[in-house]
Design a protein around this ligand. Structure first.
Ligand code: SAM
Ligand code: SF4
Length: 469
């Protein structure tokens, strides 16, 4: 049977693009598989935001070449940001590829999949069940995810026009291109109609969204989407501090469908470095906005991105980043050593030695981890409602699930069958232990829907008991 394997690297935009490819493939009659060795088409969706991502993509290309050598009928294609940046190099150095598709050529990739489909036989299986429940690879791997049908990414914009001096995104994905509001709403409605429970609105700078025709902003968009019937959970990625307005804070605090988590990359804690990065805000402005956010959304998880060893970063600049992280106690942070990207301004500036960068990263991780553990500790003894993600990677006798604030909880699955989990994918888990990576506990109940009000009523005695301890 025709099957396709999709391996995804990089950010939420690539995740969203991979889901588009999976949808086009499924509609053309492919089964999406989590096993590259059994696939007729292998798609590598690449990232170029840091050099490490680039190296991994070239490594995976070489790895997949062996599949093609074993069976020349296998189609091997590369798409995403690295394909956009290195198209000519790939065409010259990897002639075995059946296609290289840039960031604006996904439709062409979908067309190619349709055109190749007859070569894999005519055993089309377009049953509703197979179209809805299918595995799709996550970040850099391809673990089958039987619950992927519960979640959908919806693009609200493409590209970015902010030109941070370290960032390759505007060069490989182009400038801002905001979608019309009506198109976004229609796409969300379609997803909800096919059983999706959780929508993630995605864009590189999602809160800079402006409806081209009416000027409606991101807060307006959230309000409209949250009102759609059938939606359990709503979330969004990634926001820029410059566009985090008082109106948006009020909106976050007023929509119960929004998941209590907010990702606001600060990058560093030094004004001098923020200016060199062209970030368009100061540390004081970031602090002010977060103070307002904490007032309205006190129990939300705040997460961030941080870069160390950006050109010109002194020990004092780095010390200011440590101080800010200590103060903010982020619930999670993605931390990176600055990686020079060809064609960006900062790549031409004097670079900091790699050993300094690595030492700073370790020191930063130690500081950030204290905040993360403290966030997880708050859950000990409480019952949290979490959406099943699938079997735990480390121990398949356990289930991994995500809480509303995006913390992983792992609990023994007992005799819960896959079909029962699909019907009642919300687990109420009593958290026993907190770790840096998440929490472990016991499942106390399963539910068909997310219902915060029912949950509080149902578990009130437990929650009160815990509060009284
Ligand atoms: N648009 C988001 C923002 O403005 O914060 C970020 C999108 S970017 C694809 C994701 C993260 O990768 C950034 O927040 C930054 O921390 C990191 N990043 C981007 N370029 C980088 C580089 N050249 N070196 C190291 N980290 C980088
Ligand atoms: Fe890159 Fe800056 Fe745009 Fe974020 S805001 S995508 S870091 S250029």
């Amino acid at each position: 049977m025709a099957s396709i394997y999709i391996e995804t690297f990089g950010c939420q935009m690539n995740e969203a693009d991979s889901r588009y490819i999976a949808d086009r493939a499924a509609a053309a009659g492919y089964a999406v598989t989590g096993n590259a060795a059994e696939a007729g088409v292998v798609v590598l969706n690449t990232c170029t935001v840091r050099e490490s991502a680039e190296r991994r993509a070239y490594g995976r290309m070489a790895h997949f070449r062996a599949l093609k050598a074993a069976d020349p009928a296998v189609k091997l294609v590369v798409c995403g940001c690295l394909a956009e940046q290195d198209r000519e190099r790939m065409q010259q150095t990897a002639p075995y590829l059946d296609g290289v598709f840039g960031t604006s050529e996904l439709m062409r990739l979908g067309d190619a999949l349709e055109a190749w489909r007859p070569a894999f036989g005519d055993d089309l299986d377009l049953t509703e069940e197979r179209l809805l429940v299918r595995p799709l690879g996550g970040q850099g791997d391809c673990v089958a995810d039987a619950f992927a049908h519960l979640r959908a990414y919806v693009n609200v914009q493409r590209g970015c026009s902010y030109y941070c001096t370290y960032c390759i995104v505007p060069y490989v994905r182009g400038r801002f291109d905001n979608r019309p509001l009506a198109d976004i709403i229609t796409e969300v409605e379609r997803a909800l109609a096919r059983g999706v429970r959780e929508i993630t609105l995605v864009g590189q700078t999602v809160n800079a969204y402006k409806e081209p025709a009416t000027g409606a902003d991101f807060a307006d968009l959230l309000t409209l989407v949250a009102a759609l019937p059938g939606l359990d959970r709503l979330t969004f990625l990634t926001s820029h501090p410059k566009d985090f307005t008082a109106k948006l804070v009020r909106t976050l605090g007023s929509l119960p469908q929004l998941q209590p988590r907010f990702h606001l990359p600060v990058q560093c804690g030094s004004d001098a470095i923020l200016r060199r990065m062209n970030r368009k805000y100061s540390v004081a402005q970031y602090r002010e906005k977060i103070a307002l956010f904490r007032e309205r959304c006190g129990d939300w998880a705040l997460t961030t991105d941080l870069i160390v060893a950006f050109p010109g970063e002194s020990d004092d600049d780095f010390g200011a980043t440590l101080e800010l992280c200590e103060e903010m106690a982020f619930a999670q942070a993605f931390m990176f050593v600055y990686s020079p990207r060809r064609g960006t301004p900062a790549a031409r500036w004097e670079q900091i030695a790699p050993d300094v960068g690595n030492a700073r990263l370790r020191a930063l991780a130690a500081t950030v981890d204290r905040g993360v553990r403290a966030w997880h500790q708050r859950k000990r003894g409480r019952i949290v409602r979490a959406l099943v993600q699938g079997p735990s990677r480390k121990d398949p006798t356990k289930l991994a699930a995500k809480t509303a604030d995006n913390v992983t909880v792992v609990a023994p699955r007992g005799d819960r069958a896959e079909s029962a989990l699909i019907a009642r994918p919300w687990l109420d888990v009593r958290v026993d232990e907190a770790h840096t990576w998440g929490c472990t506990g016991e499942i106390v109940a399963a539910a068909a829907r997310f219902d915060a009000v029912a949950m509080v009523t149902q578990y009130r005695p437990t929650i009160d008991l815990i509060a009284a301890r």
